[in-house]
Design a binder for this molecule. Structure first.
Ligand SMILES: [Zn+2]
Ligand SMILES: [Zn+2]
Length: 401
């Protein structure tokens, strides 16, 4: 089934200037229909000075089919692609873009709640089996103590998935299964954590649940995109996100909706909705203060039952261009304009090869076989015999010994 979410664009956005309506003029019964406000992944080259930003996850820790947990993909005109967070469930949306996994090797984590890195499993192992030829690179904040930092988390992630890696290493090159971590000080303000190819990424401290969380600022071609992580509104974001072209900031469900729909007690709802996260009114105040070209709110289950409540709170304090994000929204950002559309992508996406050949698997005998003779002795011969003619034909057709 192909997902079409045109209606949501209209209700999610109240700045007419950023929505380019469907339609255009169809001049011929055999011609094409221009100006649809949808994006079909893989069909548009980026201009050199353009950024394409895709919402691959905009929801909550209990990921649901309609909304995965936090994940943003930034694609730059210089060819660089960065994943900002890779929350639970988000990789199915990333996969539907059918971008070669080799191009998806750089991940920036705002913090270590699972709704912001739970699908690193899928990117790591899935990307490894589906054509990534090199290690993943992960940037993330240090913690107040070493065991609360990104390096510790990734080190133990690899230990947790030791069986997965050991069994794959027997048949695949181990290289794409490695993860390189660059940890940085979560207290550093507007500090550069990445600078290559004309793209710069800086980090800001965030106020959320414990020490460690950050937000990121991506600068490229004179454009500034701020990727706000989970946070109560903070002075660093206010100062350094000012005049952003696109400013993403979390906006949480209203306390009444947290009680009504999320089963929280009123006390819990007030704590989560106004202290650990950002209420709609507080989000509105942030955006009317920093005045971005375009504001994006996310991190709530966005549906008819909640959308208007969040929007109403935001509008009390902010009336500028706004998207309340859902999964598969996309923004093309350039000096001239910011265009928001919805993505139409296949549910049954396959991995697409990139230009690089995967490194060779290990030579036979160089790595211990993870399957013992005892387990091998249980192979059922009739199955071998049943498939033998098919196997022989395939070998012959492909010159295999
Ligand atoms: Zn969090
Ligand atoms: Zn979160």
């Amino acid at each position: 089934m192909i997902r079409i979410r045109l209606i949501l664009i209209v209700v999610s956005t109240f700045s007419a200037s950023v929505v380019f309506a469907a339609g255009g003029v169809v001049n011929s019964p055999t011609g094409t229909a221009p100006d649809r406000y949808v994006y079909f992944p893989g069909t548009e080259a980026l201009k050199k000075d353009e950024i394409r930003l895709i919402a691959c996850g905009t929801g909550l820790p209990a990921a649901r089919r309609d909304q995965a947990a936090t994940c943003w993909l930034a694609e730059l005109g210089n060819g660089d692609k960065f994943l900002f967070d890779v929350g639970t469930g988000s990789m199915t949306n990333v996969a539907a873009l059918m971008i070669p996994y080799d191009f998806l090797d750089k991940v920036f984590l705002t913090h270590l709640h699972t709704d912001h890195w739970g699908d690193l499993t899928t990117l790591w192992a899935g990307g490894w089996t589906a054509g990534r030829t090199k290690p993943l690179r992960v940037w993330g904040p240090a913690g107040a103590t070493p065991d609360m930092g990104t390096a510790y988390a990734v080190d133990h992630f690899l230990k947790t998935f030791n069986w997965d890696a050991t069994t794959r290493n027997f048949v695949l090159s181990a290289e794409p299964g490695k993860i390189t971590v660059k940890e940085f000080d979560y207290k550093a303000v507007n500090a550069v954590v990445y600078s290559e190819n004309g793209a710069t990424i800086r980090s800001l401290p965030a106020i959320h649940a414990g020490d460690g969380p950050v937000s990121f600022i991506l600068e490229y071609a004179g454009l500034k995109v701020v990727i706000g992580g989970d946070t109560f509104p903070n002075k660093w974001y206010i100062k350094h996100a000012a005049n952003a072209d696109l400013a993403i900031h979390e906006v949480f469900l209203t306390p009444p909706d947290l009680v009504r729909l999320y089963g929280q007690s009123p006390g819990q709802a007030l704590g989560v909705g106004t202290q650990i996260h950002t209420s709609p009114q507080a989000f509105g105040k942030v955006m009317s203060t920093i005045k971005p070209r375009h504001a994006v709110g996310y991190h709530f289950f966005n549906e008819q039952a909640t959308h208007d409540d969040v929007l109403e709170g935001v509008k009390q304090l902010y009336s500028g261009p706004l998207s309340l994000a859902v999964d598969n929204m996309v923004w093309n950002i350039s000096k001239e304009k910011i265009v928001e559309r919805m993505i139409i992508s296949p549910d049954q996406a396959w991995a697409v090869n990139g230009p690089n050949k995967p490194p060779a698997p290990p030579a036979p005998g160089t790595i211990p076989d993870p399957i013992s003779d005892f387990i091998k002795s249980g192979r059922w011969q009739p199955a071998e015999e049943a498939q033998a003619p098919m196997v022989e034909k395939f070998k012959k057709d492909n010159n295999l010994k």
